[in-house]
Design a protein around this ligand. Sequence first.
Ligand code: WTA
Length: 635
Amino acid sequence: MSNYSIKNLEEYFQLYRKSVREPETFWEEIAEEHFVWRKRWTKVLQWDFSKPEVTWFENAKLNITENCIDRHLHIRGDKTAILFEPNDPKEKAQHITYNELYSRVCKMANVLKDKGVKKGDRVCIYLPMIPELAVSVLACARIGAVHSVVFAGFSAQALSTRINDSDCKMVITSDGSFRGSKTIDLKGIVDLALEECKGVHSVLVAKRINSEVKMKQGRDQWLQPLLDKAKATYTAEVMDAEDPLFILYTSGSTGKPKGMVHSSAGYMVYTAYTFKNIFKYQENDVYWCTADIGWITGHSYIVYGPLANGATTVMFEGVPTYPHYGRFWQIVEKHKVNQFYTAPTAIRALAKESLDYVDKHDLSSLKVLGTVGEPINEEAWHWYNNNIGKHKSPIVDTWWQTETGGIMISPIPYVTPTTPTFATLPFIGVQLALMDEKGEELKGNQVEGRLCIKFPWPSMARTIWGDHKRYFDTYFSAYDNKYFTGDGAKRDAVGYYRITGRVDDVIIVSGHNLGTAPIEDAINEHPAVAESAIVGFPHDIKGNALYGFVILKEIGESRKQENLRKEINQQITEHIGPIAKLDKIQFVPGLPKTRSGKIMRRILRKIASGDTSNLGDISTLLNPEVVEAIIEDAQ
Ligand code: WTA
């Protein structure tokens, strides 16, 4: 039996038991058989969650790009590695073969090296979904530089915070980006951001929209002429298993984003193994994940996981609704996509439109459908199953996080029977625990609690860049010897998991994690605002939308209030990006607080969702009278 491809439920249980009983043997066999190493490890796993310190494949040497590119060249050199589908359907798709990817990555690696980027240096990548993005990521990995991709929808301020936090020396960007019918001036955003980033010496600019941009002499250079001159080979840097591969920022409960640091070997082994099994990838399949590489889903399941398996991975530049609501299905038909992985928010948006957009297209190539990023509601699940999968393609509802690096809970298609809204069973090697309020582990089935992981897995983040203490405090301090996810979950009668959502101050809007603190900080900077609190409320398409309760320094007339609403959203757009804009803003005389001064978000959440029937005991509040006033004015 090859453990690399799980064939039936019995085999899943067998492997799962082995992965728990003998984790080191289990992962060692996978690592040995399916990857190329420059040097073998001396110890498979060392760990101590009380610090926390985790190392996988200690002392092994490798380069992840040799596993994602070089080793495929003699068997799949002419196979498409990246299939680029542009924003505009009239523009030709690009089939980038493994041979071409090799030379593009090597050229880029040479350019980076020439610009003085060294092993261990951080490079910020702020690019739209164009091939240069994947190429830059892989080129950094090839020379051992640590990439920090910042989603190209973030504002200048969010970008500069991230560049400075990890002390990036270089930024790779483009003149602009296409998004549906719009173009976005990315270089302008970078210029603004760099006013605050004194450490950046070099900016490489890819040409995408052919706009006029300002190039700062001595700092900015067009990328293509440099690539044209560069050599098409580059000997990969030999990396240690635990050398950082990348930093990726995620929101937290304070204003400062957390730079999650992922290592090389464990990340590679786990993303490759999960990709193979959770999408049942077969040679010659065309796999498409609609995420952006600016998020972890794109890192693990557009770039590294698929390429480590020699897959054909689609990179889509555009949006699901442009030029029409059938764009996704048109692409599935055009490229005969076999595995399709998207977010519930996209499914909900498309499900609202006429089925004609779907029915026009031949979707018979599809074999596996996936979702990620937020809980999928029952209605969306059925729409996806009925109309896209036509009841023949299993849906893998995959639960995981930026911090986990790879998928942690998911059905295995054609193996695990699915149940709508359930992510079902832990993946091989993943040891889950549900904890109660008192910090005890809930044993048995039909229980609900806080979701923890009690044993290391290879692709877990190793630290928060520059702040290991925060890593411990955020994830390992709530429960002894356990990683706390920040999510709540139920385990049903058969042991299936259903994620119930965040139990902390993170709100998931359209699949994007937004911390309340950074948004509140942005609002509070407005001169008219005294204080604010943000909560999530249910939204048909976005899953959650944001509701802001804002105390003004002076209550103005209503016309002024309308302007203020716009200004507050403008403020948020500048600080974070348009994804964090508020759907509703209510000006309130006060915020319900405990006697120790903590905002009672639970009450605000109820008011925001229009459910004020059972607010619980509010008599212990410092200011119970304020609750009445807020309810009266609620929107
Ligand atoms: C949520 C995305 C329910 C969850 C890969 C998690 C989900 C957060 C699911 C991480 C799912 C992700 N069902 N909730 N299938 N997948 N989540 O870091 O709250 O962007 O903690 O990683 O998304 O979001 P992140």
